[in-house]
Design a protein around this ligand. Structure first.
Ligand code: SF4
Ligand code: SF4
Length: 440
C-alpha cells in the first residue's frame, strides 16, 4: 500500500506566545522526586471507573493494584508510591468531574510489589500475553483520550480485522513537547512497543506519523525502526494528531462519521503508549507515572516525569513557580485542554501538559457574526460551525444535531479563527451534551 500523505482539509497553525515548543523541545526529561502524598483517582480512563480494592491503614507497595477494572472497557489503577493508605474518598479531576480516589502517604522506600516482574521469556511473548500485560498493568492511551490499550489491541472479534497500525507521534497541540522528548530519549522502547502492538493486533504494517517540525524525532525513530515500520514526516498543521486526520494523512483512508478507526482497517496508538506497553510487557511495570510538559508563564519550563496522583502544584514547584500576571491554567494542550480553577488537582494518566497563560488567556468579548466563512474553511470535519452555533443559541438541539453537531471533534479550530471571537466550540459542545441527555 502506498502512503498517501494527503493533507486533510481545514485546520490551523496555532500561535504560541514566546517561543512555544522551542522552549522545551530540546530539554531532557527530568525525573521528579515522588511527593510525600499522592491522591490517585479511580476514573482517569475512558470507560467504567476502577473499584477501590485496598483499605485505610493498609501498607501498599509501588505498582500494587489499588483499583480493580470493572466492565469490558475499563483499566486497573496501581499505587504510584509505596506507603500507607490514609484515606479513601473523592477528588475533583482536571476535567471538573468527581472521582473516587485513594490517598497514600509515601514511605519513600519505592518498594516494588512482587507482581512487578520482568518477563521470563522476553523473546517469545504471544499476542495474548501482550494484550494481557496491557490489561493488567493499566496501560491507556497517553495521547489524550485515555482509552484502555488492551481493548484497542484485541482485534480478535473484529471482522474484517484491521491491517494497518497507525502510531501517533504528531503532537500537534501548541506548547506540548512531551511526546517529542519521549521519541528522542526512548526511541528503542517505542520501537519495541510498536512491534509488540503489531503482533497483538495482527496488523501487517505500521506507520508512525510525526509532524515535520520534529525532524530529529523523525530521524531517530527511522533508525530505531530499522526497516520494520515506516516513519513519515507530515506537514505541521493542527489537528494532525486526531485519529481521523492521522489515518487519512498516512493511508488515504476515511473513517466514517460516528465510526471507530477499525472501520477504516486501522488501530491507532500513541508513541508514549508504545513506550508504556514495552515496559509493561518486558518489565511487568504498571502505569505509575507519565511525562508532562509545563510551559507558558513559568520560570523554568520543561518536561517532567511525575508520579500519577501527584498534584499540578508539584509541577508548578518543578517549574519554579509562575511568572508574571497569569490569567489561565490549562491541563492538556492550548487548543483542547481544560482550564482548571485551582492548582491542587491530581496528575492523571491523561494529564498531557500544564500550560500557563498570561494576558492572551483573557476570554475576549463576542460580537455579531460577520459571515466571513473562516470557521467553515477551518473546520477539518467540513461542518458549518456558525450554523450549528445558531441552532444551539436558540436551544434547538434537534436542529444542531441535524446540522452535524455530533460529528464535531471539539478541536477548537473554528473558535480560533473567528474574527468576531464567537465561542463556537463551547456552544457546539453544549449542544452535543444536551442532545445526548435528550437522546436526540
Ligand atoms: S470544533 Fe467542531 S465545528 Fe469547530 S472546527 Fe472543530 S470539528 Fe469543526
Ligand atoms: S468565523 Fe466567526 S464571524 Fe466568520 S462566519 Fe464563522 S462565526 Fe461568523
Amino acid at each position: 500500500m502506498a502512503i498517501s500523505q494527503t493533507l486533510f482539509g481545514g485546520g490551523v497553525h496555532p500561535k504560541e506566545v514566546g517561543n512555544g515548543k522551542l522552549t522545551t523541545q530540546a530539554l531532557n526529561i527530568v525525573d521528579l522526586t515522588p511527593p510525600a502524598r499522592v491522591t490517585i483517582p479511580m476514573s482517569m480512563h475512558a470507560g467504567a471507573p476502577a473499584t477501590v480494592c485496598v483499605e485505610v491503614g493498609q501498607v501498599v507497595n509501588l505498582g500494587q493494584m489499588i483499583g480493580e477494572a470493572k466492565g469490558v472497557i475499563s483499566a486497573p489503577v496501581h499505587a504510584s508510591v509505596s506507603g500507607t493508605v490514609t484515606a479513601i474518598g473523592k477528588c475533583i479531576l482536571p476535567s471538573g468531574r468527581e472521582s473516587d480516589a485513594v490517598t497514600i502517604e509515601n514511605d519513600f522506600e519505592d518498594r516494588w510489589d512482587e507482581s512487578v516482574a520482568a518477563s521470563a521469556h522476553p523473546g517469545e511473548v504471544t499476542a495474548e500475553q501482550i494484550i494481557e500485560a496491557a490489561r493488567t498493568k493499566g496501560i491507556v492511551c497517553l495521547g489524550g483520550a485515555a482509552f484502555p490499550t488492551a481493548f484497542k489491541l484485541d482485534t480478535s472479534k473484529l471482522d474484517p480485522k484491521p491491517d494497518v497500525l497507525v502510531i501517533d507521534g504528531s503532537e500537534c497541540e501548541p506548547y506540548l513537547t512531551s511526546d517529542h522528548r519521549i521519541m528522542i530519549e526512548c526511541a528503542d522502547r517505542i520501537a519495541d512497543g510498536i512491534m509488540l502492538a503489531l503482533k497483538a493486533t495482527g496488523c501487517q504494517k505500521a506507520y508512525v506519523g510525526i509532524e515535520d517540525n520534529k525532524p530529529d524525532a523523525v530521524e531517530i525513530l527511522k533508525r530505531a525502526a530499522n526497516g520494520r515500520f515506516e516513519v513519515v514526516a507530515l506537514p505541521a498543521r493542527y489537528p494532525q494528531g486526531f485519529e481521523k486526520m492521522l489515518i487519512y494523512s498516512l493511508t488515504g483512508r476515511k473513517v466514517p462519521n460516528g465510526a471507530l478507526p477499525a472501520a477504516a482497517g486501522c488501530v491507532v496508538v500513541n508513541v508514549g503508549t508504545c513506550e508504556a506497553l514495552s515496559r509493561a510487557v518486558r518489565e511487568g511495570r504498571p502505569l505509575i507515572d507519565r511525562v508532562v510538559t509545563v510551559a507558558g508563564f513559568v520560570n523554568k519550563p520543561g518536561n517532567f516525569r511525575i508520579r500519577i496522583g501527584a498534584t499540578a502544584l508539584d509541577l508548578e514547584d518543578a517549574a519554579e513557580g509562575f511568572s508574571g500576571e497569569i490569567t489561565k491554567i490549562i491541563v492538556g494542550g492550548g487548543m483542547m485542554g481544560n482550564a482548571i480553577p485551582n492548582i491542587n488537582l491530581p496528575v492523571t494518566k491523561n494529564f498531557g501538559g500544564l500550560v500557563v497563560l498570561g494576558p492572551e488567556g483573557h476570554v475576549p468579548e463576542e460580537s455579531a457574526c460577520i459571515r466571513c466563512g473562516r470557521c467553515v474553511r477551518a473546520c477539518p470535519m467540513k461542518l458549518m460551525p456558525t450554523r450549528i452555533d445558531a441552532y444551539a443559541r436558540h436551544r434547538d438541539w434537534a436542529g444542531a444535531v441535524e446540522a452535524g453537531a455530533k460529528n464535531c471533534m471539539e478541536c477548537g479550530c473554528c473558535t480560533y479563527v473567528c474574527p468576531a471571537k464567537r465561542q463556537l466550540t463551547q456552544s457546539i459542545r453544549m449542544a452535543k451534551a444536551l442532545a445526548r441527555i435528550k437522546k436526540l
